[in-house]
Ligand binder design. Structure first.
Ligand code: ZN
Length: 377
C-alpha cells in the first residue's frame, strides 16, 4: 500500500470524535521523532494538541491540521464501520478520510520524503495538530498560537490540510475565508388580548419592517476575492401558542458572513442603526466567532500553484468559499496561509470517502511545495 494511504488508514482506525484524539497524535509524534523533530504535547482541558518542529532557522513552514472528527451518525447507515478503514473499488472509506486524517498522513509522508532527499534545506518545518477543530475550537489551535507567541515563534508559511478540493486533488486552493458575525436579538413588546390591540404592543408587527430592511440591505459589493457579504436569519420565535394573545416578545437569530471589505464593528453599527430607525425596543447580543482573512500573495501561494500544476497537470482555482477553518488563528500573525486538502464532497457525511490515490497525491504536492519554499541552504 502507498505510504500516505497506509498512514491515513492507521489514523482512521483510531476513533477520535471531538475532543478525543484516539492516540493519533502519539502515532504522529513517533513518526516525527524518527525524523529529528522536537515534540511538545500541549493538552488544554480535554483537548490534545501537538507542536513539533524540525530546525531552528527561518523561514518556518507549518502544517496545520486536526485529528478530531465529527460523530459518525447512525452506524447501520454506513456500508463499512466508520473507524475500520476500508478500500473498495479504489475508494477509501472511513470517518476522517476526507476531514482530515489523510492530509495529516500526507504531511507526514511529504516531510519524510523531503528530509530523505534534501539533507541541506534552509528553514524549518513544524506541525500544529489539535483535537478541537470540529468542536468549540477554544482549547485547540488558538491556545497553541498564544503559546507560540509567548515562545517567540514566528510562522512564515502555513498549509492547512482542510479538504479544499472540488473534483480532483488540488483543483481548489483556499486563500482566505469569510468572517462570521452572529446576532441574538430580542424584540420587546407588550402582551395583550388580540381584541384590544391598542392596549398591547405587538413585537411581530413592529419587527416586520426592520426584518425586511435587514434582509434587503446591500452590505458590500464583494470583490475579486470575496463574494458579497450576506445576512441570514436562522431562527425566529414569538407567540404564546394561544390564538387570542398578542405576544410580549419576539426572538431572532441571524448570522453575517462577511468579506474583508467591511469590519465587524461597521456591520454591528449598521444593524443597530436599522433597528433604531424602526424605533424598536430590543436587546441584541453579538457573537464574533471568526474574523475574515485573505492571505498575502507571496512565495507559498506561488509555490503551491506551481506544485499542483507540476504534479497534477492543471492550474488550481483560488477560492475563499466555505465555512471557517483554523487558518483564521494563524493569519493574524502575518503568516502566509493556504488551505490545500482532498476532495470535500462527503465531509461530515455517512460513508465519508476520498479516492484511495488522494493521500499520496497530496503527499507529492506537499513535498514539492517544501522543495520550493525551503530550498538547499
Ligand atoms: Zn476539518
Amino acid at each position: 500500500m502507498d505510504p500516505a494511504l497506509q498512514l491515513a488508514c492507521d489514523f482512521i482506525a483510531r476513533p477520535s470524535v471531538t475532543p478525543e484524539d484516539g492516540g493519533c497524535q502519539a502515532l504522529l509524534a513517533e513518526r516525527l521523532q524518527k525524523l529529528g523533530f522536537s515534540i511538545q504535547l500541549l493538552p488544554f482541558g480535554k483537548v490534545s494538541n501537538l507542536w513539533a518542529r524540525l530546525g531552528t532557522q527561518s523561514p518556518l513552514l507549518v502544517f496545520v491540521g486536526h485529528t478530531d472528527v465529527v460523530p459518525t451518525g447512525p452506524l447501520d447507515s454506513w456500508s463499512s464501520p466508520p473507524f475500520h478503514p476500508s478500500i473498495r473499488d479504489g475508494v477509501l472509506y472511513g470517518r476522517g478520510a476526507a476531514d482530515m486524517k489523510s492530509s495529516i498522513a500526507a504531511f507526514t509522508v511529504a516531510s519524510e520524503n523531503f528530509i530523505k532527499t534534501q539533507t541541506n534545506f534552509s528553514g524549518s518545518i513544524a506541525f500544529l495538530i489539535t483535537s478541537d477543530e470540529e468542536g468549540p475550537a477554544t482549547d485547540g489551535t488558538c491556545r497553541v498560537m498564544d503559546w507560540l507567541a509567548a515562545s517567540g515563534e514566528q510562522i512564515d508559511y502555513c498549509i492547512v490540510g482542510e479538504p479544499s478540493s472540488n473534483l480532483a486533488t488540488g483543483d481548489v486552493l483556499k486563500v482566505g475565508r469569510r468572517g462570521s458575525l452572529g446576532g441574538e436579538l430580542l424584540i420587546h413588546g407588550k402582551q395583550g388580548h388580540v381584541a384590544y390591540p391598542l392596549l398591547a404592543e405587538n413585537p411581530i408587527h413592529r419587527f416586520t419592517a426592520a426584518l425586511q430592511d435587514l434582509i434587503t440591505t446591500v452590505w458590500d459589493e464583494g470583490d475579486a476575492a470575496f463574494p458579497q457579504t450576506t445576512l441570514q436569519f436562522s431562527n425566529l420565535q414569538s407567540g404564546t401558542g394561544a390564538g387570542n394573545v398578542i405576544p410580549g416578545e419576539l426572538s431572532a437569530s441571524f448570522n453575517l458572513r462577511y468579506s474583508t471589505a467591511v469590519t465587524a464593528d461597521e456591520l454591528e453599527q449598521r444593524v443597530t442603526a436599522i433597528l433604531d430607525q424602526h424605533q424598536l425596543r430590543y436587546t441584541l447580543q453579538w457573537i464574533r466567532p471568526a474574523q475574515p482573512f485573505l492571505t498575502r500573495k507571496g512565495a507559498l501561494l506561488a509555490a503551491s500553484q506551481a506544485a499542483i500544476t507540476e504534479c497534477m497537470g492543471f492550474v488550481p482555482k483560488m477560492s475563499t468559499s466555505g465555512g471557517t477553518s483554523d487558518g483564521r488563528f494563524v493569519a493574524p500573525t502575518g503568516a502566509e496561509v493556504i488551505e490545500l486538502g482532498p476532495v470535500n464532497a462527503t465531509i461530515h457525511q455517512i460513508n465519508e470517502n476520498i479516492p484511495a490515490t488522494a493521500p499520496d497525491e497530496l503527499a507529492t504536492i506537499y513535498q514539492r511545495i517544501l522543495e520550493k519554499v525551503l530550498p538547499p541552504g
